[in-house]
Design a protein around this ligand. Structure first.
Ligand SMILES: Cc1cc2nc3c(=O)[nH]c(=O)nc-3n(C[C@H](O)[C@H](O)[C@H](O)COP(=O)(O)O)c2cc1C
Length: 311
């Protein structure tokens, strides 16, 4: 029997998603076959790999390292740069059947301004820009932009000046009080907040006796970080009035439900689909079943509902 997916639709501000499940940036190939059915069953939107003005080859040495229930990565924003993205990637991704969210790495004011101005010319091909002020794996820019409220507000203002469409800011956990950063981003004009990017960690290769990664530290993702991300979603959604998108360690329908009950309007999944490519359709089916059993007509009714009994 075909699944009735109507109840699954959510809105992140003005952006309508057929499902609350979003593919997290940097974890999904740009091959066109990945941006259409059947692989996209259950997916509401997909984020691209971070985009920079110029092509980047990424970090030298080992870039990913498994931990018992997570993954450390230090990719270093490898991407083909704006010109190739506009010519080859974007037209092919946007001809698929999911909403395209372009993850833009916050670099210098000038570089980011140029990328966003060029994307503005193609606004009809994308659903939103996700401004990455949270990359832990690069020098200069990256998570330095998101690590304090003043810099975060500056980044959002730069972006807002060059991009008039839906603007999501992807925050970093490495920031002291995330509520302050979140409020600053909201005041500066962000339309939604993605909470959050990876957690700074490290690994030591016991054979060589030295750190695994060339930059020593790397970003931790996967099921290990879920409770940490959930707490951030609760905190941020209590601090701002704009939509929050949960991200970090989601691997089960219960995680999606928890994120939404804690205040998320949608939920990104990255690392987990490396081990289970069909997780989106499976999780969405479980999600719809939960709505039906609990008597919710729409996924939107879940958002922040977990707070009502506590706050
Ligand atoms: C291999 C890899 C590459 C990533 N690249 C990016 C990136 O380019 N831009 C970005 O904002 N986040 C990037 N991330 C972070 C993810 O989008 C996501 O925020 C993080 O992995 C937490 O979610 P998860 O536990 O579901 O993977 C990357 C993560 C991984 C594992």
């Amino acid at each position: 029997m075909p699944v009735d997916r109507k109840g699954s639709e959510v809105f992140v501000g003005k952006v309508a998603l057929r499902s609350p499940l979003i593919i997290a940036s940097g974890t999904w190939p740009h091959g066109p076959e990945y941006w259409r059915s059947p692989v996209t069953t259950g997916v509401g939107a997909a984020c691209t790999k971070a985009l920079t003005l110029h092509p980047r080859t990424g970090n030298p040495g080992i870039r990913v390292w498994e931990t018992p229930c997570g993954l450390l990565n230090s990719i270093g924003l490898q991407n083909p740069g704006l010109e190739q993205f506009l010519m080859i990637d974007l037209p092919s991704l946007s001809s698929g059947d999911v909403e395209v969210v372009v993850n833009v790495a916050m670099e210098t004011e000038e570089e980011t301004g140029k990328v966003l101005a060029a994307l503005s010319e193609k606004q009809h091909l994308l659903g939103a820009v996700e401004l990455n002020i949270s990359c832990p794996n690069v020098d200069g820019g990256g998570m330095a932009w998101g690590s304090d409220p003043v810099q975060a507000a500056r980044a959002i203002r730069i972006a807002r000046g060059n991009w008039k469409g839906p603007l999501w800011a992807k925050l970093t956990p490495q920031c002291g009080d995330i509520s302050l950063v979140a409020r600053a981003a909201e005041d500066a004009g962000a339309d939604a907040l993605v909470v959050a990017n990876t957690w700074l960690g490290m690994a030591i290769d016991t054979n060589s006796g030295t750190p695994v990664f060339s930059r020593k530290y790397a970003g931790l993702s996967g099921p290990a970080v879920f409770p940490l991300s959930l707490r951030l979603v609760w905190e941020v959604s209590s601090a701002v009035g704009i939509p929050v998108i949960g991200c970090g360690g989601v691997s089960r329908v219960e995680d999606v439900l928890s994120m939404m009950l804690a205040g998320a309007s949608a939920v990104e999944i990255g690392t987990f689909h490396f081990t289970d490519l069909s997780c989106f359709s499976r999780i969405e089916e479980g999600f719809l079943e939960y709505l039906s059993v609990k008597g919710y007509a729409s996924a939107m009714e879940l958002i922040g509902r977990g707070k009502r009994k506590v706050d």
